[in-house]
Ligand binder design. Structure first.
Ligand SMILES: [Zn+2]
Ligand SMILES: [Zn+2]
Length: 397
């Protein structure tokens, strides 16, 4: 750990840690990050970094390097969650019902720390660094509005993009870079089955939607169990189901809904057709009618494989940071939209400290991070900017 911490100046680590605590005390939900965006702007002004507002509460900063090179994007999300904090931290949330339980406070602070380092060396920096402070990752999503506002289209154009996400599976001091899919697409669907109600004692005079719904729910599991390559990752979860009036009345309709998680874009593309075939087919077999609505969410995050391998080598050669390659998770992350447009990397940052009791998962009211991870995260972002900007890390392997 001590070696790793030395890879960033202790003044920068203290600066980012202070900011992280300030942001942690004042969490804000998606597109309400008014105070957080103001903190970001205040710090960028103090550092002499040009910036502008996009997508309501998003902030984009630009560091122009003094020598030619690639333009890279570094992204941090800024929003919190509607959770009452129970972490016990002395700098706990001062807003009841709102908490930084996903570490976005640390993401924002680490990006400011990296900005401070990169701005201080801008005269010799190769290429440019675009700082993407993004709102509303937890929903409804701020990445797409930022892209629609043109952040990927203005000059200098971003050629590669990276982000950090704190990860409590990984001990503090380490990071994880996994080539290929690292997060899942999160799409939702709802189904309404319609039949005809009637007396519970006379099923032959009705069209019962409950057995039809039960059969449909079971049949949908075939998508994962029988229709998808066992080495591809698919989850079909039915999270809600409702229908009927009372025990002796046949239900004339049943509604249920769920989420579908996939990591492979081609598997995801075929999902709506499969859902529809099963829902319509089972309903038809039971003499019922069915409606299906699919609501597409974030796409999967796919780390550019060549960039992932090249950057892993670079970090190992130029920093003391320990690089792992954790398995993907079926969670979702709207950084996916940035990584669809240019080679992208989602880097996981270890924040676990078993001895200190820092073991609670993100989105828990007891979530904490080991702040010794902050200089590791800053060093990772700085390394990406220097390495990819200068061409030491090639974009095509
Ligand atoms: Zn989250
Ligand atoms: Zn998050």
């Amino acid at each position: 750990m001590s070696d790793t911490m030395q890879s960033v100046d202790s003044g920068v680590a203290a600066y980012a840690t202070e900011l992280r605590r300030e942001i942690h005390r004042h969490p804000e939900l998606g597109f309400e990050e008014v105070r957080t965006a103001a903190v970001v702007e205040r710090e960028l002004d103090a550092l002499g970094i040009e910036h502008r507002r996009v997508a309501k509460t998003g902030v984009v900063g630009l560091i122009r390097g003094g020598t030619p090179g690639r333009t890279i994007g570094l992204r941090a999300d800024m929003d919190a969650l509607p959770i009452d904090e129970e972490s016990g931290e002395p700098f706990s949330s001062q807003v009841s019902g709102c908490m930084h339980a996903c570490g976005h406070d640390a993401h924002t602070a680490m990006l400011l720390g990296a900005a401070r380092v990169l701005q201080s060396e801008r005269a010799t920096l190769s290429g440019n660094v675009v700082l993407l402070f993004q709102p509303a990752e937890e929903g409804p999503g701020g990445a797409l509005p930022m892209i629609e506002a043109g952040v990927m289209d203005v000059e200098p154009r971003i050629e590669a993009v990276a982000m950090l996400h704190v990860d409590v599976r990984l001990d503090v001091g380490g990071i994880s870079i996994t080539p290929g899919p690292v997060n899942a697409a999160a799409d939702e669907f709802s189904v309404t089955i319609r039949g005809a109600g009637g007396h519970g004692a006379a099923p032959h005079k009705a069209l019962d939607t409950i057995p039809c719904a039960a059969a449909t729910v079971l049949a949908l599991q075939n998508i994962a169990a029988r229709e998808t390559d066992p080495l591809a990752s698919v989850v079909v979860t039915i999270g809600t189901i409702a229908g009927g009036y009372r025990n002796n009345v046949i239900a004339d309709s049943v509604k249920f809904g769920g989420t579908v998680r996939t990591t492979d874009p081609t598997v995801r593309d075929g999902m709506e057709v499969r859902l529809r075939r099963i829902v319509d087919g089972v309903a038809g077999a039971y003499g019922c009618a069915a409606e299906l609505d699919v609501i597409y969410g974030y796409p999967p995050v796919v780390n550019d494989p060549g960039l992932a391998r090249a950057f892993t080598r670079h970090v190992r050669q130029t920093t003391p940071i320990v690089v792992h390659a954790l398995a993907p998770t079926m969670g979702a992350e709207d950084f996916a939209y940035f990584a669809q447009r240019v080679p992208g990397l989602l880097v996981r940052l270890g924040v676990r400290d078993e001895v200190g009791g820092i073991v609670h998962n993100a989105h828990s009211s007891r979530f904490r991070i080991d702040e010794r991870a902050i200089p590791v995260g800053i060093a990772t972002l700085v390394s990406f900017a220097r390495g990819v900007g200068s061409g030491a890390v090639p974009l095509t392997a």
